[in-house]
Write a protein that binds this ligand. Structure first.
Ligand SMILES: [Zn+2]
Length: 271
């Protein structure tokens, strides 16, 4: 079954679960409920920190089955709860007879997990300050140490290069694979006229990189306004500072998670 969408709103919605006609791929096994909660919390953090709006999604590789990953059903990320988490295989099919609607752009996640065994979490967003860097020939550079991952490079994926004029969305495996090739071994990839992808070795790292990619974009735009010679972090400085960030991710995560748990309790979706 396929649902017809108004073209201008199609990106907001999901394709129906591809496994609805059968049981689909088997599950990689039960996961700790705390991971499902962290996926919901991560989604809400990205919304609070100006990374997500009504759009955007994140995923985590299944902790016991590297050929499976977890993300929420297609929904506004700021409303996510543990009950919304679904499991997919690396072909981006829903597992174990899933009937919940899946994100149209879930192929971003499946195809990156195929090519990057070091990646255990992915954030895809349309965060606003990043978008100008996807359409202007002005490379994003690392403005400060908490965005050190940017110093290794922020390649821009132009969907038109391989697929001609499209609706700009990563709506199938071929487009996802092309995006994964442009990402290469980097931590972020910008997407022309669309947004970006941030990856990391854990959910906490991917969220931190997504948040500070958006902050870095704002800082670079402001720095440009000053008009002087710009001296961003070098590749080596970025490498050194990113190592510190990888070790220190617990601090921002503790802050953001605590704030999010308070909000979820106030909302009544968590006791
Ligand atoms: Zn998108």
């Amino acid at each position: 079954m396929r649902i017809s969408f108004c073209p201008c709103h199609r990106a907001q919605f999901a394709t129906p679960a591809s496994s609805s006609a059968s049981h689909g791929p088997v599950s990689g096994g039960a996961i700790d409920p705390s991971l499902k909660l962290d996926i919901a919390i991560g989604s809400r953090i990205c919304a609070t920190e100006d990374v997500f709006d009504a759009y955007g999604h994140l995923s985590v590789r299944h902790p016991h089955a590297p050929d499976r990953f977890l993300m929420t059903r297609s929904m506004p990320p700021a409303l996510a709860t543990s009950d919304d988490v679904v499991e997919l295989d690396l072909e981006s099919n829903g597992c174990a007879g899933n009937t919940k609607p899946l994100f149209l752009e879930r192929f971003i996640h499946g195809e990156i997990y195929k090519t990057r065994p070091d990646v255990n979490a992915i954030v895809h967003s349309h965060s606003l300050s990043v978008v100008p860097f996807t359409v202007v020939e002005q490379p994003m550079q690392a403005m400060f140490h908490t965005a050190a991952h940017v110093a290794a490079g922020a390649p821009v994926f132009d969907i038109e290069d391989e697929f001609g004029e499209t609706d700009m969305l990563i709506s199938d495996r071929m487009k996802g694979a092309s995006l994964a090739r442009t990402l290469g071994d980097k931590s972020i990839c910008l997407m022309r006229g669309h947004g970006s992808v941030a990856v990391g070795p854990s959910l906490q790292h991917a969220v931190m990189r997504a948040v500070y990619t958006e902050v870095n974009a704002k800082l670079q735009l402001n720095a440009k306004l000053l008009g002087g010679r710009m001296k961003p972090l070098s590749a080596r400085e970025g490498e050194l500072a990113d190592a510190v960030n990888l070790l220190g991710v617990g601090r921002p995560w503790e802050l953001w998670k605590t704030q999010t748990l308070r909000a979820m309790r106030a909302e009544g979706v968590l006791t």
